[in-house]
Design a protein around this ligand. Structure first.
Ligand code: TXA
Ligand code: MG
Length: 318
């Protein structure tokens, strides 16, 4: 049985023994292991059933560690770190020899972030090594935002989920790298493009499957519930087109006329992006437990976090 506990010492002991522990962050729960332990890193890939070609994000608690893990820390990357760390930004930087190739899937860059969660920061302080942590879900499944989601996924395979409550932001970190010194966003996430551009000016978005095979979060089918999901602007019209189905709705606002369907979940009642993002994956997990054969999700306005949420919902439709 997977244990759900707030006991940091237990997590420290397991990680020191090259085992895996699930950890809370402000984005989603991560499946952690010592970056220098082949056993722990293989454990992560095996438990997630994740192909070895997909690199892992390294989590640190002190910006000083960037110097050990990378060869250069460009000015714009430093500005982003100053603005958003600890927080939901992953920086992809040229890796140093200290970072095992297993972590970066043979790439010459490494993704790094300082998570904004007190329990995990304290955990990292008590360890002598950084931890690699992909989202704690089986490959292509919905990311976990509660300790229970993780325990449900891994049951007997995982000893411990460090319980830090529900994740505040609810969607993954935004990933920023540099190509010819120009900033590139590889994955939309908890920090909007607009917020990043306020700090460093124009950035290029490369989150399409064709242009960013480097990010598995960018695979066409990802974040997917088992129940079929469609993303639409006109809810009433979509319902009318599926007269024989058990329908669940995923809405971001109250509609003038409440449709007659089996189930309605509100991510927000007034299109509050932050609130909606924090509830998104839990809502998808819950809807998937109901006896539905279609989830109709309402498309968000396409700006700020609305764009990141639409990205996740679109990937869940495939
Ligand atoms: O919010 C998050 O980032 C969570 C929490 C646990 O920190 N982690 C997470 O990890 O979402 P994961 O493995 O599920 O997604 C990491 C993404 C992948 O799409 C991976 O390809 C990309 O980061 N990535 C990691 N290192 C990279 C690199 N060197 N170059 C390009 N993409 C990289
Ligand atoms: Mg993931």
């Amino acid at each position: 049985m997977t244990q759900i506990s707030k006991n940091i010492s237990k997590a420290v002991a397991l990680l020191n023994e090259e085992q895996n522990v699930a950890i809370p962050t402000e984005t989603v729960y991560g499946l952690a292991g010592n970056i220098y332990s082949e056993k722990a890193i293989h454990g992560i890939f095996e438990m997630k059933k994740r192909p070895l070609v997909n690199p892992l994000i390294v989590h640190i608690h002190d910006i000083a560690h960037v110097a050990d893990l990378t060869t250069t820390f460009p000015e714009k990357a430093q500005q982003l770190a100053a603005a958003f760390w600890p927080g939901s930004l992953t920086l992809v930087l040229p890796k140093s020899d200290q970072v095992p190739n297993l972590i970066t899937a043979g790439k010459d860059t490494v993704g790094i972030r300082i998570p904004n969660h007190s329990l995990t920061i304290e955990l990292l302080r008590q360890l002598d090594f950084p931890i690699a942590a992909p989202s704690a879900n089986p490959f292509t499944k919905i990311s976990p935002t509660t300790a229970q989601h993780v325990a449900d996924y891994f049951k007997n395979e995982l000893h411990l989920v460090l319980d830090g409550g529900a994740c505040k932001n609810g969607i993954e970190s935004t990933i920023v790298g540099f190509e010819d010194e120009k900033p590139v966003v590889y994955r939309l996430g908890s920090i909007s493009m607009e917020a990043i551009e306020k700090v460093i000016g124009t950035v290029t978005l490369k989150n399409k499957k064709e242009t960013a095979p480097q990010a598995p979060g960018m695979m066409a089918r990802h974040y997917a519930p088992r129940t079929q999901l469609i993303l639409v602007d006109d809810i009433h019209n979509a319902i009318a087109q599926h007269p024989d189905k058990n329908i669940g709705l995923l809405l971001h606002e109250e509609l003038e006329t409440i449709p007659e369907v089996k189930h309605i979940t509100y991510l927000s009642k007034n299109t509050n992006f932050k609130e909606a993002a924090s509830r998104l994956y839990d809502a998808m997990h819950s809807l998937d437990q109901l006896d539905l054969n279609l989830i109709i999700a309402q498309r968000f306005p396409d700006h700020d976090l609305g764009t990141s949420i639409n990205d996740r919902l679109t990937r869940a439709t495939q």
